[in-house]
Design a binder for this molecule. Structure first.
Ligand code: HEM
Length: 504
């Protein structure tokens, strides 16, 4: 009998939950209706997921929605409304001109679940974000962000990377598997003050965990907007497995932090963790201290997650365009040979003479648009924009792809043409609309590091090797394009690297 009552109890609680959810949805619909931007009809709980998955190519879905609803439209991702912002003008108005109002993040659901707390840098808002971002930038600059101090470390990783590729003896290989360790190691130098060997299993676990996490935070991922899915029995949505992987990563990061704490020497600050521990000691007594081990661990994870996959995916795209466009590859090689020679690696000082190489990298960033939809932003107060009401905390998704593929800006955005970034008198053009790292106050914190890595790795690669498809095969964009998990990455493909002097 008591179990019957218990069963009824659960049933009535469940029905009560459904009614409350339904009323809440009606309330939000009523409150926002008419004031919010237009958007497609949505299904309760599921929202407009169908609109984002109606074509396997996310770009096609996004362009269709913009065409139908304009530059500002509303989508329901699960039960919560989200505003998508398209086109350079709207992005400029909101995130540059009114950047102060739009630099918060909405309450971050997924990081809360998986990383156990919205700490770190990417998910935080307000003064915590301002103070942490300032501290990270100043500290990383001291360790050589964008300077020659760091260049030495990157050169070391470029050298090891080229040796690994050379060791393949012209055998076909997948670029991503090699470049990821090298790029991850650049962050390791900055953060831990050391690096891992290419076959270190701990580093592989670390990279694997970060990659899996990034795939989960992609726009189309259901757990991003329906946290309730984590209670579904079993692990259909993979959230339990990703949480387990992230726990291993967290334990490893915490171990490294503890090692740093043990050997901490105030007179010898060697890396980001040391600098943070010093700040922890200074701020220890302060109220609402944000310099704690929890923040440190979350920031370290953020730097790896934001800085590794993005840069390695871009180098992988670059290797695809090099292997499929021998005309472009030859022009880059000739530029390097003429300005740097083949005796030493290209350096940051050569940058001004490597205009076409830089233009190539910019075109790779534009064309591959690896972050199509930026991380969500939220207004700090209720605001109005173009006659629409945007309530405080509302999720805003900047559609970077809408800008990087806009024919009004680029003329022929579908063509891969590095020359678009070279002026008639041979200087590098830097249009405002070139925003792969986004723009405004909350732009990519690692842009200068990424630009440095891209130049040094890509120019080093072309200087030493000629890249081409495997013997007897052709590579086509149709076969590799279209994976939109976290970043827009190419599907796995093989290339060969032939050492240039072997050809002579
Ligand atoms: C090709 C490489 C990269 C691309 C295309 C890229 C792109 C982006 C984009 C679009 C954002 C979102 C901005 C926003 O709307 O909030 C972002 C944020 C961020 N990126 Fe990058 N990124 C790259 C490399 C890096 C690297 C190397 C680092 C590392 C250290 C890094 C660290 C970050 C961080 C910490 C944020 C969050 C900033 C904040 O919330 O204030 N990124 N990046």
């Amino acid at each position: 009998m008591s179990s019957l009552f218990f069963g009824l109890d659960i049933l009535s609680t469940f029905l009560g939950f459904l009614v409350v959810s339904f009323l809440a949805i009606l309330f939000f619909r009523y409150r926002y209706h008419g004031k919010m931007p237009p958007g497609p009809a949505w299904i309760p709980l599921v929202g407009n997921v169908m609109e984002l998955t109606s074509d396997p190519d996310l770009r096609i879905c996004l362009r269709r929605l913009q065409k139908k609803y304009g530059d500002i439209y509303k989508l329901y991702l699960g039960p919560s409304p989200t505003i998508v912002v398209c086109g350079y003008e709207a992005i400029r108005e909101l995130f540059i001109k009114r950047g102060i109002e739009f630099s918060d993040r909405p309450a971050a659901v997924l990081p809360l679940i998986i990383l156990n707390g919205a700490k770190g840098i990417t998910a935080v808002s307000g003064d915590i974000w301002k103070n942490q971002r300032k501290f990270i930038l100043v500290t990383l600059r001291n360790f050589g962000f964008g300077k020659s101090k760091l260049e030495e470390k990157i050169h070391m990783e470029v050298g090891l990377f080229l040796t690994e590729i050379e060791g393949l003896n012209q055998k076909p290989f997948q670029m991503m598997a090699y470049i990821q360790t090298s790029v991850g190691n650049v962050i390791s130098h900055l953060v831990f003050g050391g690096h891992f060997s290419h076959d270190d299993p701990r580093f592989k676990t670390l990279m694997n965990g970060f990659n899996s996490f990034l795939h989960y935070v992609s726009v189309g991922s259901p757990v991003m907007f329906m946290p309730v899915l984590r209670f579904v029995p079993g692990d259909f949505f993979g959230i339990k497995s990703i949480s387990r992987k992230m726990q291993v990563v967290k334990d490893f990061v915490n171990e490294l932090i503890e090692e740093h704490v043990k050997k901490f020497d105030e007179g010898n600050i060697e890396d980001f963790i040391d600098a943070f521990i010093l700040e922890m000691k200074k701020q220890n007594e302060r109220e609402n201290n944000i310099f704690t081990k929890e923040y440190l661990s979350a920031i370290v994870m953020d730097l790896f997650i934001a800085g590794t996959e993005t840069t390695s995916t871009t180098v992988t795209w670059a290797s695809f365009y090099l292997a499929t466009r021998p005309d472009i590859q030859t022009r880059i090689f000739e530029e390097i040979k003429g300005n740097v020679g083949t005796e030493r690696l290209p350096s940051m000082q050569d940058r001004q003479n490597l205009v076409y190489t830089e233009a190539f990298i910019m075109e790779v960033l534009r064309m591959s648009c690896i972050v199509m939809i930026s991380i969500s932003h939220a207004p700090v107060t209720d605001v109005s924009f173009r006659g629409y009401h945007i309530p405080k905390g509302m999720k805003l998704l900047p559609d970077i792809h809408s800008v990087l593929s806009d024919p009004k800006i680029w003329g022929d955005p579908e063509n891969f043409r590095p020359e678009r970034f070279v002026s008639d008198n041979g200087t590098l053009l830097k249009p405002d609309e070139f925003i792969p790292f986004f723009t405004g106050r909350r732009n990519c914190l690692g842009e200068s590091l990424a630009r440095m890595e891209l130049l040094l790795f890509i120019s080093g690669l072309v200087q030493r090797f000629e890249l081409m498809p495997p013997e007897g095969q052709t590579l086509d964009i149709k076969d590799v394009d279209g994976t939109f998990c976290g970043t827009h990455a190419p599907k796995p493909f093989y290339i060969r690297a032939i050492r240039r002097y072997d050809k002579a």
